[in-house]
Ligand binder design. Structure first.
Ligand code: HPA
Length: 237
């Protein structure tokens, strides 16, 4: 059935997707009840269990980058009946109002990836977006949890170690809130397969307030990311 996920795995309608397999494990062990490991192909851990409200939810790692999330999201949507994939990750901030530790909900993703070239649009562009219903629900829940939340476009880059240190300024000038490396691929798969996707990010580092704001420390990572995980868990249906 599926090349990269265990054939017999059962997934909930909604899958939370951190990049890191150990983050998926942490979320399952910390927040889920009656959970089981449903797949571990190539160390990409996946769990299905219940939230504290008794709603079924899955959590599975995406790995890093658009090709990786492209594979796993395609297989979850196509072969496992998954309807909603919610990426939960970190990003670098491009705007001074997006501080380290804040939450960003991506409306859409720009990219330097050629992932959309498969559609043969002859110079045309795809504008991959979060699902509006999921976005609205996450925004309202984030506000109710008193999180510092920003909503806007992000940049999904194919390059972490860019040779041009000022490259980000072009996206910053366009009002792009921050950079990560996966959402563009996830959003395109959701568009193509008529499914839903959302991206929730915590700012882990900043390109603009560098002197004033250090990267998220190990300790802060625990508390700030846990707030984002709790927000993501409110998305179970
Ligand atoms: N670049 C790309 N991805 C990221 C970053 C970054 O600075 N920070 C967190 N994810």
């Amino acid at each position: 059935m599926s090349t990269h996920i265990k054939d017999t795995a059962h997934f909930a309608k909604t899958v939370l997707m951190p990049g890191d397999p150990l983050r998926a494990k942490h979320i399952a062990e910390t927040y889920l009840h009656d959970y089981e490991e449903v797949s571990n192909v190539r160390g990409i851990l996946a769990y299905t269990g219940k939230t504290s409200e008794g709603k079924e939810i899955s959590v599975m790692a995406s790995g890093m980058g658009i090709p990786s999330i492209g594979i796993y999201s395609y297989e979850l949507y196509t072969f496992y009946g998954v309807e909603n994939i919610i990426r939960i990750g970190t990003c670098g901030s491009y705007q001074s109002e997006c501080h380290v530790g804040d939450v960003i909900l991506a409306t859409s993703a720009c990219s330097n990836s050629n992932y959309a070239s498969q559609f043969g649009l002859k110079g045309g562009q795809v504008s991959p977006c979060s699902d509006f219903g999921l976005l609205l629900k996450a925004y309202n829940n984030a506000k109710a949890m008193d999180l510092n939340v920003h909503v806007g476009p992000i940049f999904s880059s194919d390059i972490f170690y860019d040779i041009d240190p000022d490259y980000y300024k072009k996206y910053q000038a366009l009002g792009v809130l921050g950079v990560e490396m996966e959402s563009y691929g996830l959003f395109i798969n959701a568009m193509r397969l008529k499914k839903k996707a959302l991206c929730i990010l915590t700012v882990s580092d900043t390109f603009v307030n560098k002197d004033k704001e250090p990267d998220l420390s190990q300790e802060e990572r625990q508390t700030k990311l846990d707030k984002m995980f709790k927000l993501a868990l409110t998305m179970a249906e």
